[in-house]
Design a protein around this ligand. Structure first.
Ligand code: MD3
Ligand code: FE
Length: 208
């Protein structure tokens, strides 16, 4: 399904084995040092989803190589297999011509409990127009996909389920989006995850 130009939702892209493997990896990455943390915005807000980064550390609103707003540890490396996964995702969703020349080198992994949300925002801290790849695990969420002008209507609400892929390329790369709610207790029982996890894969366009 293509809810907006360049935005493609592929339900059930990850089979059960790949969901398990990705969840196991995310749990390892969540451990300190440079593990899961609460993000505080300059305006004094707190993100309710907790986050861990690979490759480059995101903090509002820039990238660094160390956890400058946490334990100051070096950010964990971005593994080559995640670049492969991202390239396969873009090819499957948008076709081979949409796969970027530069490697994927950032993963932002958000952990949501039942009360967590993400407000409407745009992702503009990367220096690349490469499509963003999003993978969901665990509880279903309501994902709100908006427009490029305002954080309000018009928007489209889409349910993202465990194993779903969403790719944001073209004009949708700069659209406002958010997660107004998570639907607790909807994760597949076999996964063994309470809550929701989202992995976004990005090309930084930043110098190594
Ligand atoms: C559209 N994450 O990490 S995934 C984010 O579910 C983020 O954790 C949400 O928004 C989450 O920035 C939504 C879908 C998503 C991710 C990145 C995008 C949509 C996007 C970047 C550009 C456009
Ligand atoms: Fe985002």
């Amino acid at each position: 399904a293509e809810p907006a130009p360049g935005a493609v939702h592929v339900p059930h892209w990850l089979d059960a084995d790949r969901q398990h493997a990705l969840l196991t990896a995310c749990r390892e990455w969540a451990r300190p040092p440079a593990g899961l943390r609460t993000v505080r915005t300059p305006g004094g807000g707190t993100m309710t989803a907790r986050q861990v980064c690979l490759g480059w550390h995101w903090y509002p609103y820039a990238y660094a190589r160390t956890v400058v707003d946490g334990d100051n540890a070096p950010v964990k490396p971005f593994p080559a297999w995640l670049d492969e996964l991202a390239r396969n995702a873009v090819a499957d969703a948008l076709g081979p011509d949409a796969v970027p020349g530069d490697p994927y080198d950032i993963a932002l992994i958000n952990f949501y409990d039942g009360d967590a949300r993400m407000g409407m925002h745009r992702d503009g801290d990367e220096r690349s127009e490469a499509p963003v790849v999003s993978l969901s695990l665990g509880d279903t969420c309501v994902f709100r996909f908006g427009n490029t002008e305002t954080r309000t209507r018009p928007y489209t609400d889409v349910e993202l389920r465990s194993g779903d892929l969403f790719v944001f390329g073209g004009p949708s790369r700069l659209a406002f989006h958010g997660v107004p709610r998570v639907l607790p207790g909807t994760a597949p029982a076999w996964l063994g995850l309470t809550g929701r996890l989202n992995i976004t894969l990005r090309v930084s366009g930043l110098a190594a």
